[in-house]
Design a protein around this ligand. Sequence first.
Ligand SMILES: [Zn+2]
Ligand SMILES: [Zn+2]
Length: 262
Amino acid sequence: MKFCSLYSGSSGNSLFISCYGTSLLVDAGKNGKQIEKQLFEVGEDPHDLNGILITHEHSDHIAGAGVLSRRYHIPVYANFNTWEEIGDKIGKIAPENRIIFENRIPFTLGEMQCLAFKTSHDAADSVGFSLTDGHHRICIATDTGFVTDDLRENLPGSDLIYLESNHDIGMLETGSYPFYLKQRIKGARGHLSNDDAAAFAAELVRYGTDKLTLAHLSSENNLPMLAHQTAVRVFSENGIVPGKDVSLEVAPRSAPGQIHLL
Ligand SMILES: [Zn+2]
Ligand SMILES: [Zn+2]
């Protein structure tokens, strides 16, 4: 499997995954041109995409999905409630490219076996994904206010996990966001803090995950170094050595991340 983050954070999210000639994006939250540019940069061609999986309907996850689907005739996958909320926000999608999956029921996309699990977020029916080629498994879990039972059930044992580490609590509390927005972010249907991500990540490493990408960082309430340091601190409290037990990466906001080959 090949995995690479293309964009990550509240200004847009998209990541590329392929196995045995099946290529897909999880989310397409930048405009079509921006996503094409980043795909070329990591050696991929948008013509080869076999699908776009959508986690939820917020614009930082769907902005370019319609354009790409129309331009390259790519099927877009989302659950029913998310499609209802997407409505005409991404323009017209050809009926044959409008695919509905059900949460918690495995489906195949070419050679990729996919499963959507529930996250806790202020969207209609937000999900993360577990993707496998039958040998290796990659999980995507962003936009969740807390570590849900579904996350606990699906993430352990994955080879690579792309996990939200959205904000530093101190920066959020002392920052300039209005009260209601701070409450929203901290709430059960908001975003995962650095501390919560690091604690869960330490558990996951103990279950065998050896590649961890911290993702969807807030531009206002976090710093890549802070997310990284928090994870390193919690790891060391748990006897985990980054670089030896786990490779730790912070997904860049607007440049491709590391290319991982599993
Ligand atoms: Zn988001
Ligand atoms: Zn969101």
